[in-house]
Ligand binder design. Structure first.
Ligand code: G3P
Length: 221
């Protein structure tokens, strides 16, 4: 089943009550069109959203630290307690060092949270796959928020990431993202071998978010 992961980032249109409203739309779309959707709100919105919807709720970031004196960090245990199903790790807007990515994956696994490690090219996809997350999501940073879909502008980074992951850790899923907005963008992302997309502005900044999501899903069929 196609996977669509909607990153709420810190957009006004997906913060607080707006985040809740958008998560409910995503749940409707997931049910109506039989696609697997996950939402990625800000950490302060996770608890309310996970209570309100049944689709998976992911965090945008998690730190690889445990209980103790770690002021300002986000622990996997606190995300789990808030109702999260998983977390993004190493998003282009929240980069980590390799050892921190490894620690964050380990922390998530210890409390049974899913992990999506973001990468920016085939080489970093290879490195991330070797750490055995559930998914890698390759997103060339220059295309993020551009409206120019990675699946058209740089199909080789998707093809190369899929091949690299297959060679290193075939159980790791591959998502892609950056500039994905329309059904045709999703369709070509799937044709290039990814299992789904990680996206944000094309939906969140749309005048009608529900219609934008419907167009994305139906246009890919
Ligand atoms: O996490 C998704 C993201 O970075 C892609 O953003 O706005 O290009 O869909 P956008």
């Amino acid at each position: 089943m196609t996977i669509i992961v909607l990153n709420f980032k810190t957009y006004r249109e997906s913060t607080g009550v707006e985040a809740l409203r958008l998560a409910e739309i995503c749940e409707d779309i997931s049910q109506e069109y039989s696609v697997q959707m996950a939402v990625v709100p800000q950490v302060a919105d996770i608890h309310a959203i996970s209570k309100a919807v049944k689709i998976p709720v992911f965090a945008q970031h998690v730190d690889g630290v445990g209980y103790g004196g770690f002021t300002g960090h986000i622990t996997a245990a606190s995300l789990k307690a808030a109702g999260a199903s998983g977390s993004l790790i190493n998003h282009s807007e929240r980069r980590l060092k390799l050892a921190e990515i490894d620690a964050a994956i380990t922390a998530c696994k210890s409390v049974d949270l899913k992990t999506i490690v973001c990468t920016n090219n085939v080489a970093t996809t290879q490195a991330a796959a070797a750490l055995n997350p559930d998914y890698v999501a390759v997103e060339p940073p220059e295309l993020i928020g551009s409206g120019i879909p990675v699946s058209k502008a740089n199909p080789d980074v998707i093809r190369g990431s899929v091949a690299a992951v297959k060679a290193i850790a075939p159980s790791v899923g591959v998502l892609c993202g950056a500039g994905i907005t329309h059904g045709e963008d999703l369709k070509s992302a799937l044709e290039l071998g990814s299992e789904g997309v990680l996206l944000a502005s094309g939906i969140i900044k749309a005048k009608d978010q529900r219609k934008a999501l419907e167009d994305l899903v139906t246009g890919a069929r």
